[in-house]
Each structure stands twice: as structure tokens, then as C-alpha cells.
Design a protein around this ligand. Sequence first.
Ligand code: NAI
Length: 276
Amino acid sequence: MGNVVVTGSASGIGAASAERLRAAGNRVIGVDVGSADVVADLGAPEGRQHAIRAVLDLCGGTLDGVAAVAGVGPDTRDPAAVASINYFGCVELLTGLHPALRRSGAGRAVVISSNSASTVPLIDGTLVELLLAGDEDGARKQAVAARNALPDRALATSPSVCAYATSKLALARWVRRTAVTPEWARRNILLNAIAPGAVLTPLMTRSTGTDADGDPDAFPTPMPLGAFGEPADIAFWVEQFLHPQARFTTGAILYVDGGTDAAMRPDSQPAPLEGS
Ligand code: NAI
């Protein structure tokens, strides 16, 4: 099949995606701050540049797919790191790998957003703007300010809940804005996002205190299917979005969340055209 990159390949959804893509015959280049083909900290500009150079070296300058999965959760102590890793670690890497995707003639990219973007009532509008404007220093400061405004209960368990949900909203918005630009769409590079719900990974267990033995019906958000997701449930869609036959979908946000978003906001999609 092709040369594909998976970030966050050392654990959870990234590891399951790398495994599935490899089983489908792709050559997978894993990128992670832990053990990976390319070891890089995507939370820092130098780490991202190192990752881009190392990937281009390994793939010979042409890539068929990128799955930007790496991320950290709401339990992260430093919300500035969440803004840097979850948003810039994804956007800067994809932007740096864009020429390699273009060379393939049918590049595919998928990013992992989250249903937190639409189900957590703590989105910081200023932070969304700073992220989308590419102002990393400003976004890092705002993420810290947003943490300091949290109620004590949230501060204790989820100090980065606002930065987390907001970074995932900005990421989804970046995907929709970017996918339809001529640089991506007319180069036949498809760009989509997956918005997972509660998936049993170390990130989810750490952030929520829920594990495989937990009761889905006791989870803070509704779980209509009565089950948590497994990393393989997301990896399935990652492979579909990177498949060469996925030719007519770009700028999509696919909820893979057991029905949580639909249960919480049944009528929010599709939204009618403004003015109609
Ligand atoms: P995980 O903790 O199992 O895996 C995350 C991976 O990202 C790890 O291998 C970690 O080393 C890597 N990573 C973290 N910081 C990094 C950095 N600075 N540079 C390079 N790599 C770094 O977590 P999981 O759940 O598999 O998360 C994958 C993605 O899915 C994340 O973006 C997360 O926000 C998203 N997500 C997960 C949900 C869940 O319930 N598990 C729900 C919604 C979204």
C-alpha cells in the first residue's frame, strides 16, 4: 500500500492504528515521545521540526498518509503543554509534511479531535482564536489563565480540562477550514478528523478514573451503546480515512463515541444554513 505516519504510536489509539495500518500492508513510521521509529516531543517547536526532518528522511520525501493521534489528557498538570501538544503538535506536523503528502498525488490525513469539543461546557473562546491564529505563546498563556479560573473541584482532578476541550475544538475547526483550501483539496490531499468519546486507554483511565471494569452508565456523559470504546474501534476509522479509496470525504468530523454527542445534542447537526 503506502508510506504512512502515525503519531502517538507508542500507546492506545495510536498503537492500535499503527498495528492496523501495518496489517493492511502499509509501511508505518511511528512518531512518539516514548519508544518509536522517530522519537520526538511534539509539544516543542524543535521537537516538531526534528520529527518532520526524520520522517522525510525515512520516507524519501513522499507520504501517502498521516494519522496525527498523539495527545495528552485533561489530567495534565500544565495546560500550556496541552495547547502545544494537542494543537500545534498536530497542525505544525501536518503542515510540515504537506509537501510529502502532495508528492504522493493522493495524500490522506486524519487527526484525532475529541467529542469533548462539543460535550464539555468549558470552551475558552479566546484560546480558540489564539490557537487558530497560530499564536503558540499567547495560547500557552491563555491556557494557564483558563486553568486558574476553574472551580476547585475541577482543578484537583482535571486541571487541563478547558485547554483539552478547547484545543480539540480548535483542531476540528482547523481541519474544516484547511481541508477545503486549494493547497489541500486541489492537491488531492484529503483531511478529516475523528472525534472519539470514552475509549479505554491510559489517557482515559488517568483522566476519568474509569477502567475496563467501570460501568458505562455511571460515566459522567451518556453512553447510549452501554459500552466504552476500544482503541481498535478508532483504528478502524483511521484506516478508512487513510485508504486510497476514500476519495470523496474531506473536512469531515466523524464522531466515534458510542452515541454520546448525539445523545447530548441530538438536533445540533445538521445546522441549517444561516439566514434560512
Ligand atoms: P495514550 O496516552 O494511550 O496515547 C497517547 C500517545 O501520545 C502516547 O504514546 C504518548 O507518548 C504520545 N504523546 C504524548 N505527548 C507527546 C508528545 N509531546 N510528543 C509525542 N508524543 C506524545 O492516549 P490515547 O487515548 O490513545 O490518545 C490518543 C489521542 O486520542 C489523543 O489525541 C487524545 O486526546 C485522543 N482522544 C482520546 C480519547 C480517549 O477516551 N482515550 C477520547 C477522545 C480523544
